[in-house]
Design a protein around this ligand. Structure first.
Ligand SMILES: Cc1ncc(COP(=O)(O)O)c(C=O)c1O
Length: 468
């Protein structure tokens, strides 16, 4: 979360209520001024508080027009009802809410089957607040396994490292910083915007706790070739004896590929894949607040990391970074599994991919743009302006689209590819062909206006930072 200064340095320090409220409740006084950064001395009526907060939040963007986020922005009414019914349930309170714990267990089992664990009954996993926490847990298990293996063979202490592409989501840098692991980032190069097998293996050594393969890069929606990475690590083991496992960060892709890319080898069918995470709140189709991590078998999760909590007078093993957490999202995840089944997920995601690929093709057909990805892996694509476009840049396009409410992030690629800046569109359930049509109309309208500019008005530094 952003680190906030407690004292306001700008902006309002008082709410001023509508006279309608003060007339309705004379005890509030004639001019109702309410401090925004300190507690009031006395309570105010619920309706007045609601109105003040509600009205202020109208300035937030419209979540459905947010093409920046991967996170679910629309669920069916019965799902939303179920979540409201579970709002007060605390996930950690296994004793008080044993059925929520049971739904969590079923979801882990469903995912272990979906991701082809060779013995689903031996797989272990848990829910989390999202993929970030799930990645931390996956990383911690890798680090502990590596340390235990070194200790068992009497090897000396050396600094651990984690190998990954420079396109990884920021949670992996965070994991490395918080848990003292060297982030060994494989840089991008022109035309290669994610990790490949050869580069992954070349960066490994005896300090490597694991390799992260991202199924669905946050930068451009492309899948990293997990099978290729696994076979490069097989060859490395044959050459050097180093046995390095893979954690698949499937924040988005682990809930897309099983339904749309059944032949793609990326999951527990590859023996080198030890653990997989996903965000239930992305293509698991649940509102924000749930992720999942599953290990192919209990041996991959060192026992020292497991804590017991009380459960119906007994104990339940848990692995988590936080303690209290809402139970509503887990109930909603189970609802989605039950409601949609395999075929339901397949058709929802196919529809998203159809919208993404069609939109990408239509944008490519507009003269100024070229595609980096086409929306045919994650339903996500990135586009840039052609080299001969001098009047504007992707940051100008992003700003102009915002005038109509569309949030489309524009950002620069990292080191070695900083001359590439893109617009990225994330298509999610609820972004229909109709909405895509409206989006195209708006884009087609702003392009000729932008083309009349004498040069770009925005710079990369002014671009939208939100693309993860
Ligand atoms: C590949 C990848 N990993 C991890 C994350 C973090 O996920 P969450 O927002 O669920 O914590 C994201 C978020 O976009 C992601 O794309």
């Amino acid at each position: 979360m952003p680190l906030h200064r407690a004292t306001p340095t700008r902006g309002r320090v008082n709410h001023r209520a509508n006279p309608i409220h003060t007339l309705a409740d004379p005890s509030l006084g004639a001019s109702l001024e309410l401090p925004t950064h300190r507690l009031l001395d006395k309570p105010i009526p619920a309706e007045v508080a609601y109105r003040l907060v509600h009205d202020e939040l109208m300035l937030d963007g419209n979540a459905r027009l947010n093409l920046a986020t991967f996170v679910t922005t629309w669920m069916e009414e019965p799902a939303a009802r179920l979540m409201a019914e579970c709002a007060e349930k605390n996930m950690i309170d296994k004793d008080e809410y044993p059925q929520t714990a049971e739904l969590e267990r079923r979801c882990v089992s469903i995912l272990a089957h979906l991701w082809n664990a060779p013995h689903p009954d031996r797989a272990v996993g848990c829910s989390t607040t999202g993929s970030s926490e799930a990645c931390m847990l996956g990383g911690l298990a890798m680090k502990k396994r590596w340390a235990n293996a070194r200790r068992a063979t009497g090897k000396s202490e050396i600094a651990p490292n984690l190998v990954m592409g420079a396109n990884v989501q920021v949670c992996w840098e965070k994991f490395c910083r918080y848990f003292d692991v060297e982030p060994r980032m494989v840089p991008m190069e022109a035309g290669r915007y994610h990790l490949r097998g050869e580069q992954a293996a070349a960066h490994c050594d005896e300090g490597t706790i694991g390799v992260i393969a991202v199924l669905g890069s946050t930068f451009d929606g492309s899948y990293e070739p997990v099978a290729e990475i696994a076979s490069a690590l097989d060859e490395l083991e044959a050459r050097s004896g180093l046995d390095i496992s893979i954690h698949v960060d499937g924040a988005s892709g682990a809930m897309i590929a099983p339904f749309l890319d059944g032949d793609l080898l990326w999951d527990f069918r590859l023996p080198r894949v030890s653990s997989i995470n996903t965000s239930g709140h992305k293509y698991g189709l649940v509102y924000p607040g749930v992720g999942w991590v599953v290990w192919r078998d209990a041996e991959r999760l060192p026992e020292e990391l497991i804590f017991d909590v009380d459960y119906l007078g007994g104990n339940m093993p848990t692995f988590a970074l936080n303690f209290s957490r809402p139970g509503a999202q887990v109930a909603a995840q189970y609802y989605n599994f039950l409601r949609l089944g395999f075929e339901g997920f397949r058709s929802v995601h196919q529809a998203a991919r159809d919208v993404a690929t069609e939109l990408a093709t239509r944008i490519e057909a507009l003269e100024p743009f070229e595609l980096i990805t086409r929306g045919d892996q994650l339903p996500v694509f990135a586009a840039t302006t052609r080299p001969d476009v001098k009047a504007f840049n992707v940051f100008d396009v992003s700003r102009r689209l915002r005038e109509r409410g569309w949030l489309v992030p524009a950002y620069r690629f990292p080191e070695h590819c900083t001359n590439l800046s893109v617009l990225r569109v994330v298509v999610r359930n609820g972004f229909s062909h109709d909405m895509a049509e409206l989006f195209m109309e708006d884009l087609a309208r702003v392009v000729p206006e932008l083309a009349r500019q004498s040069g770009p008005l925005q710079t990369a530094d002014q671009g939208s930072g939100f693309h993860h």
